[in-house]
Ligand binder design. Structure first.
Ligand SMILES: *[C@@H]1O[C@H](CO)[C@@H](O)[C@H](O)[C@H]1NC(C)=O
Ligand SMILES: *[C@@H]1O[C@H](CO)[C@@H](O)[C@H](O)[C@H]1NC(C)=O
Ligand SMILES: *[C@@H]1O[C@H](CO)[C@@H](O)[C@H](O)[C@H]1NC(C)=O
Length: 311
């Protein structure tokens, strides 16, 4: 269906994997209420990479998209009331020319702009007129619609909720710059009437449907995040606690998330007492040209050796 369709692809999982690794290198968070020993920082380059996958996935789930039927009664001079039905209004193709992702205080903004879309629809009209006797006239045909300068934007929150990441949708909108309707066949009066009377309605139908579909996609993505494991089985002996701790840190051009990151003996909860939880990260790899920077606290290694060597 929506953003994450039944054809859940490897790209989706890769995206989740990246999100999952969105851990912060920032070990001194202001509200650092829980301790983490693995933190990863996703750079702008990494965010762009994830955004590109997300936009691509969104486009393929948005097309084809059928919009609700439009009924309308038009008053045409000399003809009278004309009943018009536009049906099977379908968005067939969307091309996005540019997009960006920007983390900030209010959340992660993702914007796709300069998008063009092609739609097709069927039209039908009927009216009755008097030529000595009442005459019923109707006609139907198809039409193509070009939408230009479409902008779709959304702002996502990113929160830690009891060890899993939540992606609350804070804002979502779709806006079209111009819309061109081309009728295949049909009388010119009808064409003019259609353009005048329906442009606004088609515009808002496209905007509403795309926003709705985007919201559904984010909900799906959010529920997929809830299904991520909190523990990764390393082998028969050990497992790694990958529970998220603390709210992710949204910087100007990076996102950081922290995870517990300690090894534990499988099925037995190990409660080690490490004295270095707030020490300097032992290993850190960061760089503006890299997508992800990971830093590991000494506690990761201590817990690992404790599990394997029973120290
Ligand atoms: C509805 O539109 C789609 C896409 O343009 C087309 O394939 C299909 O045949 C149309 N259905 C009808 C009933 O016209
Ligand atoms: C949309 O339609 C226009 C005109 O028919 C065409 O030039 C353009 O290539 C189409 N775009 C897509 C994405 O199909
Ligand atoms: C995993 O980490 C979370 C967060 O630090 C903690 O609440 C949980 O008890 C840990 N689980 C195990 C099995 O140690």
């Amino acid at each position: 269906m929506a953003l994450v369709s039944s054809s859940i692809t490897t790209t989706t999982f890769f995206f989740l994997f990246l999100l999952f690794l969105f851990v912060s290198a920032n070990t001194h968070l202001l509200q650092s209420n829980e301790e983490s020993s693995i933190s990863v920082l996703i750079s702008q380059k990494g965010l762009d990479f994830v955004k590109d996958i997300l936009v691509k996935q969104a486009i393929s789930s948005l097309t084809p998209l059928e919009l609700p039927k439009i009924h309308k009664s038009l008053k045409i001079p000399f003809i009278g009331n004309v009943k018009v039905v536009l049906s099977n209004i379908t968005i067939n193709q969307i091309q996005v020319s540019s997009s960006y992702v920007k983390p900030g205080d209010s959340g992660i903004a993702i914007v796709a702009s300069g998008a063009n879309a092609n739609l097709t629809m069927n039209w039908y009209y009927s009216y009755s007129t008097w030529l000595l006797v009442p005459v019923h006239i109707s006609d139907k045909g198809s039409a193509s619609i070009q939408v230009e300068g479409m902008e779709v934007g959304l702002t996502l929150g990113l929160e830690d909720q009891e060890g899993t990441l939540k992606l609350p949708l804070k804002e979502c909108g779709c806006n079209l710059k111009s819309i061109t309707i081309n009728l295949d066949g049909g009388a010119s009066w009808f064409y003019q009437g259609l353009v005048d009377a329906f442009e606004g309605q088609i515009r808002s139908a496209v905007e509403t449907s795309i926003s709705k579909k985007t919201k559904e996609g984010i909900l799906k993505l959010d529920s997929l995040l809830q299904t991520l494991p909190k523990e990764i089985q390393v082998d028969d002996i050990a497992s790694l606690n990958v529970t998220f701790v603390n709210d992710p840190l949204l910087g100007d051009s990076s996102i950081g998330i922290e995870i517990n990151g300690l090894f534990a003996v499988t099925k037995e909860v190990l409660v080690p007492n490490y004295g270095h939880m707030n020490g300097q990260p032992l290993a850190a790899c960061e760089g503006s040209s890299k997508m992800i920077g990971i830093s590991l606290d000494e506690a990761v290694f201590s817990s690992c050796s404790a599990v394997y060597f029973n120290e």
